[in-house]
Design a protein around this ligand. Sequence first.
Ligand code: FES
Length: 105
Amino acid sequence: MSEWTEVGRIEDIPRLSARVVRAEAVDVAVFRTARDEIFALRDRCPHKSGPLSQGIVHGSRVTCPLHNLVLELTDGRAAPPDEGCTETYPVKTEDGKIWVLLPGS
Ligand code: FES
């Protein structure tokens, strides 16, 4: 069963980067864009499991650090013509705090 979990404050995550939160057996990468949008994705590239949290954030996308697959932060899907998808998790912010609906917590 999923549960909303506070994972820190927006300013804890530098713009254009991510921090990793462990939920059950899943690592979740919480990203902050240049426009202070927050997204949460499984920290695992659908190609060969690269750590997306170490990728390059640009716009509302992240480029995997291993082989440059580009994924949409909004829905976890690979940008065409590539294929693949990683899980995304709902995010909300309140008073500068980030809450993520983490799996299995
Ligand atoms: S593991 Fe991400 S592009 Fe290959």
